[in-house]
Design a protein around this ligand. Structure first.
Ligand code: MNH
Length: 473
C-alpha cells in the first residue's frame, strides 16, 4: 500500500506547473485558488490545428459527437462489477465537495477549497455554514419528519439553493451545496452526513461536557472528514479497484516520505469524473418507478418512501456501464458542455495525456474502439487523425478493462488524482494524525474504523436494509 500510494501521489506536480489562467507558469499558478490547475498546458493558440499539428482545422461538432457516439440507445448495465445507483450518487456527492466550477466565470474557474473538506455538508463559506448551524452543542439545523432527522427547510436556514420555480416552497431544503436539491440520491447523502454530524456531537459532548458549541462543531467536522476518506479509499475506490488487492488507509505509511499536505484540483480530474453513464433513465423504489423528469428536484421521494427503503432500493438497482452509447437523454447536454469546455480550455489530446500518465498512445482508431470497425471508421471520418481525439470524448468512448468498471486510463489518471487528493489531507499529516485532533481515542477510532454500512446503519431508525456499492448476485 505504501508503494502504491507513493507511486500515485508522486505523479502530480506540487506546486502545480500550470493553471487555467495562463498558458505558462506564473505566480498565480501557485497562488490563485479560484482557477483549476492542469496537468498539461493548453495547446498554443497559434497552432495550425485545434489539437496542435494533428487532425483537421475544425473539430467535429460536439452535438454530432454526443448524438453519434455517446447517446444511449438502450440502457447498458455494469454487469462486470454490478455497480449500483448508490455508488453513482456517492461518486457525485463526494466529488462535488471539490469540483465546483464557477460556470458564470468560465470552465477553468472554481469556488472550491480543493480538498476533502466536507464543504458540501457545512457550506463553502463561513456565512453559509453559520446559516446551517444551530450554535447549540455543535449541531447543524434539522427538522423531524415522523421522528426522523432531515435537513431543514429553506425558511429555517435561508441559504442560496438552485431550485427551479416548479419546486414548491415546502419541498425546498437547505443543504451544504446549492446544487444538491437536484437529486434524491444527493439528498440521501446530505441526510446521512447531517445525522452523523449531530450524532458525533452528542458523543463528544458526553466525553467533554465542558466543551462549547464551537469546539464540538469543529471536532465533529474533522471526524467526518476522516470517516469520509476512510470509506472512500477502503470501500469506494476498492469497488473500482477489484478484489485482487485490499486497499488500506493508514496515513502513517507515508510519514517517512516527502508528502505535501496540501492539494489542488486539476481540471482534467474534473472532466474525467463526468460519470453520467452510471445513471439509469428510471429509478425503482419499493415498487414505484420514477422517470428521470419525476425524479429530478424531488427530494421529497426520500421522505415519501422513507430513508431506509430509499437507501435499500439504491443499493439494489444496477448502474450503467462506462463506454460508448450509454449516456441518457438528460445528461447528454452535460456531455456536450464538457466537450465545449475542453475546447475553450484548449486541452491537449487524449494521446498526449496518455503519454503524460505513462500509457502508450493509441496508434489506430480501431485500437481506441477495441475492435469496433464501424465506429472506428466513423471516428476517423470525424477526427482525421488518432492524435486529434479529445480527452473527455476519448474517455467517454473507451471500454472498461475486462472485469473492471473503468478503462485503464481512467484508473491510471483517476488514481493519481484521487490518492493525491485524499492522502494529502491535513488530517493525514504527522502533526494532526493523533487522538487529540479528533476529541480523543473515541473520535480517532471513528475515523479509523467507520464503514459505509456503519455510517448508514447507526443513523437509521429501525432495521437497516442493504447498504452496498454493488448489487448482490
Ligand atoms: Mn453531473 C456537472 C447534471 C449525475 C459528475 N452534472 C453537471 C452539470 C449538470 C449535471 C447539469 C453542470 C454541467 C455544465 O454546465 O457543464 N449530473 C447531472 C444529472 C445527473 C448527474 C441530471 C443525474 C441524473 N454527475 C452525475 C454523476 C456524476 C456526475 C452520477 C458522477 C461523479 N457532473 C459531474 C461532475 C460535474 C457535473 C464531475 C462537474 C461539476 C463542476 O465542475 O462543478
Amino acid at each position: 500500500m505504501r508503494t502504491l500510494s507513493k507511486g500515485y501521489t508522486g505523479k502530480v506536480d506540487s506546486p502545480p506547473l500550470y493553471h487555467t489562467g495562463h498558458d505558462y507558469t506564473t505566480w498565480d499558478t501557485y497562488s490563485d485558488r479560484s482557477s483549476y490547475t492542469r496537468a498539461l498546458p493548453p495547446v498554443p493558440a497559434d497552432c495550425p490545428t485545434p489539437m496542435g499539428t494533428k487532425g483537421r482545422k475544425e473539430l467535429p461538432s460536439p452535438e454530432y459527437l454526443a448524438q453519434t457516439f455517446l447517446a444511449r440507445r438502450t440502457f447498458l448495465p455494469d454487469t462486470s462489477r454490478r455497480t449500483n445507483v448508490l455508488f453513482g450518487f456517492t461518486a457525485q456527492h463526494f466529488t462535488h465537495q471539490f469540483f465546483k466550477t464557477d460556470f458564470k466565470k468560465g470552465p477553468g474557474r472554481t469556488w472550491s477549497d480543493h480538498s476533502v473538506d466536507m464543504g458540501h455538508v457545512y457550506g463553502e463559506t463561513t456565512e453559509r455554514q453559520h446559516q446551517l448551524r444551530t450554535f447549540r452543542d455543535g449541531k447543524l439545523k434539522y427538522q423531524l419528519v415522523d421522528g426522523e432527522m432531515f435537513p431543514p427547510g429553506l425558511q429555517d436556514a435561508p441559504v442560496h439553493m438552485l431550485y427551479p420555480p416548479k419546486v414548491p416552497e415546502e419541498k425546498r431544503f437547505a443543504l451544504g451545496h446549492e446544487f444538491f436539491g437536484l437529486l434524491p440520491g444527493l439528498f440521501v447523502w446530505s441526510t446521512v452526513w447531517l445525522r452523523e454530524h449531530n450524532r458525533v456531537c452528542d458523543v463528544m459532548k458526553d466525553l467533554h461536557p465542558d466543551w462549547d458549541d464551537e469546539r464540538l462543531f469543529q471536532t465533529a467536522r474533522l471526524i467526518l472528514i476522516g470517516e469520509n476518506i476512510k470509506f472512500v479509499i477502503e470501500e469506494y475506490v476498492q469497488h473500482l479497484a477489484g478484489k485482487n488487492f485490499q486497499l488500506l488507509w493508514d496515513p502513517e505509511l507515508l510519514f517517512e516520505e516527502k508528502v505535501q499536505y496540501q492539494n489542488r484540483i486539476f481540471v482534467e480530474f474534473n472532466h474525467l469524473y463526468h460519470w453520467h453513464a452510471l445513471m439509469p433513465d428510471q429509478f425503482h423504489i419499493d415498487g414505484t418507478t420514477y422517470d428521470m423528469e419525476d425524479y429530478l428536484y424531488n427530494s421529497h421521494i426520500v421522505l415519501k418512501h422513507g430513508f431506509n427503503a430509499t437507501v435499500d432500493a439504491m443499493s439494489r438497482q444496477i448502474a450503467g456501464r462506462f463506454g460508448p452509447r450509454n449516456i441518457g437523454p438528460v445528461n447528454l447536454k452535460v456531455a456536450v458542455e464538457t466537450i465545449k469546455a475542453g475546447r475553450k480550455l484548449r486541452m491537449q489530446s487524449l494521446n498526449q495525456y496518455r503519454k503524460r500518465f505513462g500509457m502508450p498512445p493509441y496508434k489506430t482508431f480501431l485500437e481506441l474502439t477495441a475492435g469496433d470497425a464501424e465506429m472506428a471508421a466513423q471516428l476517423e471520418e470525424a477526427y482525421g487523425d488518432i492524435d486529434a481525439v479529445e480527452l473527455y470524448f476519448g474517455w467517454a468512448i473507451e471500454n472498461p478493462m475486462p472485469g473492471s468498471v473503468l478503462s485503464q486510463m481512467f484508473v491510471r489518471m483517476g488514481s493519481t488524482f484521487a490518492f493525491t487528493g485524499t492522502l494529502s489531507n491535513p488530517i493525514c499529516s504527522p502533526g494532526w494524525w493523533k487522538p487529540s485532533t479528533f476529541g480523543g481515542e473515541v473520535g480517532f477510532n471513528l475515523v479509523k474504523t467507520t464503514t459505509l454500512k456503519d455510517l448508514f446503519c447507526r443513523n437509521m431508525n429501525g432495521p437497516c436494509g442493504l447498504v452496498s456499492f454493488a448489487v448482490p448476485e
